[in-house]
Unconditional design. Sequence first.
Length: 215
Amino acid sequence: MLTRVYTMVEKTMGIKPYFETKLGKLYCGGCLEIMPELEPIDLVLTDPPYPNNANHFNKSIADARKLISIITKPLMTFWTEVEIPKNKNPLIAVHIWHRSNTNRPDNYESIFYFNPDGKKRASRILSYPVVCVGLTGCVEATGHPTQKKVGLIAELIKLSKIDGLICDPFIGSGTTAIACERLNRKWIGIEKEEKYCEIAAKRIEQETSQLKLFR
């Protein structure tokens, strides 16, 4: 049993979590509508839909561009390497996820780091292999076409050097939440498609249950 999953009727009555833990909350809906209603956040860390000719979630790319352009808090975002996403804050680092062990071992993805303090940070190469069929980036593949490795997201959280509440407005199958749970960090996740909210909720529930055994 999941700790708490709200019904569609409850969700239409106001902004209520689809699922929650002691550290975080998962919301089902559009990020542009939900984010203005949230409590203050300290870091946005996300892998949004972006133009890469892979035809994943193309209808949501416009929402991703708009949201990224208006975020004023520190932001770490995956994005296409052929353009810099538009954000109000200075670009202070560009990290690289080296996708080793794929059909092309030189593949990579860019993570742009914007911060209002404007202080340059060292850009890092993060070598986390893709080790599962389908190239989704993790052995815990759930069927989400752009799923990332928990270790990769956890490393980005550490590189941000920011304490406080982390928000992923395109949380997909819940990887950012799981990374936060492992690091004992507060989080908020938003996902538009309910089928992925359900996957995320089950993954997070399983993770928190396992963590209780070790803590």
